[in-house]
Design a protein around this ligand. Structure first.
Ligand code: AMP
Length: 406
């Protein structure tokens, strides 16, 4: 494995861009994935967000597009990158723009934004299209996006794509791609469905996996408050009295829940933005900008909306509701303690959610410290079970057919 970018053989302009971006050394997924991708191999990458996987596919892609430079054709693309959410797609576009030569034509094709503008941008053709499956299919169906010139295909966060029900869209899109292409598939986990998809899409792929060193960064202080639903708003307000919670993401399970929490905090005078699936793309971009530049101290979000969001210096993640999936806990709290910073994760747990909390502890591979509220349910005595005796049964057995037992 190589520990500097220059020895990987990347083009000079990419090395300069890396210097500007202050990426000094490749991350493990970059060291493992870049050489086979540069050599034209297909790749199956098992890596989570936060490992540097975007640059792991972006650098070799930009290198190869640069060295085999060909003219673009109207409504066509040389490379297609599929992402499960709009936010992730836009983050990939940002990473590509940061690394690519300025004239590289990179077009986002995502839902929630004007379709017309995207079609216009595709008119002269693009080197790279980054998109979400629904809008890509939409533009394919009207021939406003043609995929027969795609030579490089990346499917990012395949497991999440399948969770979100995109399997048919992905298959439809993959079927429209030329057989002679290079493909890479990235996924944080490898359930059987992803293996199946990988077998169908990739040709003799190089497999690279970066096991997360620890499932949860050790710099995240995790705690739980046992607090009934009705008390959560008050507890959140109390926690926010502490100024050291300077950049906070609050997770709720539902969109309505996110709006309710955001409204209550706004009323209490806090700078708040909300991010969830009912927000339009311009609203989401505005919300994230306000949070990034500190005008809003609190971002209230649902799991899907927050997937892949990379905001620096988040000091606290608050799980207002526990996540529906235990693995989402790890994703949620991974929004803090990024890039070597430390952070804290505080979870609100109803006393009757102890089982869900156990599952989360198993997924995170840690025990979560109890910070306050009711005594921890696992230490509470169980109510005595009363076993019925034969005498009980005889006494309480109902009479059959309305007749008295003899
Ligand atoms: P990703 O897993 O692609 O979402 O990347 C996670 C974060 O790591 C992003 O903020 C990147 O800008 C950053 N990053 C990626 N590669 C490197 C690198 N080689 N050195 C430093 N930071 C990096």
């Amino acid at each position: 494995m190589s520990n500097d970018f220059a020895s990987l053989g990347l083009a000079e302009h990419l090395l300069r861009a890396l210097e500007t971006a202050r990426y000094a050394t490749p991350t493990p997924i970059q060291s493992a994935a870049i050489p086979p991708l540069l050599a034209g191999r297909d790749l199956l990458g098992i890596a989570q967000t936060g490992t540097g996987k975007t640059a792991a596919f972006a650098l070799p892609l930009l290198h190869r597009l640069h060295t085999t430079r060909t003219a673009t054709r109207p409504q066509s693309a040389h490379a297609l990158i599929l992402a499960p959410t709009r936010e992730l797609a836009l983050q990939i576009v940002d990473s590509l723009r940061m690394l690519a030569e300025p004239r590289t034509r990179i077009v986002a094709v995502i839902g929630g934004q004007g379709r017309f503008g995207q079609v216009q941008r595709l008119r002269p053709g693009a080197e790279i299209v980054v998109g979400t499956p629904g809008r890509i299919r939409d533009l394919m169906s009207t021939n406003e996006l043609r995929l027969d010139g795609v030579r490089h295909f990346v499917l990012d966060e395949a497991d999440r794509m399948l969770d979100l029900g995109f399997i048919r869209d992905i298959t439809h899109i993959a079927d429209a791609l030329p057989a002679a292409r290079q493909s890479a598939l990235f996924s944080a986990t490898m359930p059987a469905e992803v293996e199946k998809l990988a077998r169908a899409m990739l040709r003799d792929p190089e497999r690279v996996a970066v096991a997360p060193a620890e499932r949860v960064a050790p710099r995240i202080a995790q705690s739980v408050h046992f607090v009934p639903q009705a008390e959560r708003a008050r507890l959140l307000a109390e926690l926010l009295d502490d100024g050291s919670l300077s950049r906070v993401i609050v997770f709720t399970r539902t969109k309505r829940g996110a709006d309710r929490v955001a409204d209550a905090l706004t009323e209490a005078g806090h700078g708040v933005v909300a991010l969830h699936g009912n927000k339009s793309q311009p609203q989401r971009i505005k919300a994230l900008d306000r949070f990034r530049d500190g005008r809003a101290r609190v971002l209230v979000a649902t799991d899907i909306a927050a997937r892949g969001i990379d905001v620096a210096a988040v000091t606290h993640v608050i799980n207002y509701d526990l996540p529906a999936q235990p693995e989402d806990y790890v994703h949620r709290i991974g929004r803090t303690a990024r890039a070597g910073a430390s952070g804290a994760a505080i979870s609100f747990c109803d006393p009757n959610e102890a089982k869900a909390l156990r599952a989360i502890e198993r997924a995170a591979g840690t025990e979560i410290v109890v910070a306050g509220g009711a005594p921890e349910p696992r230490q509470q005595a169980r109510p005595e079970l009363v076993r019925p005796t034969p005498a009980h049964r005889a006494k309480f057995r109902p009479a059959r057919n309305g007749r008295r037992a003899a």
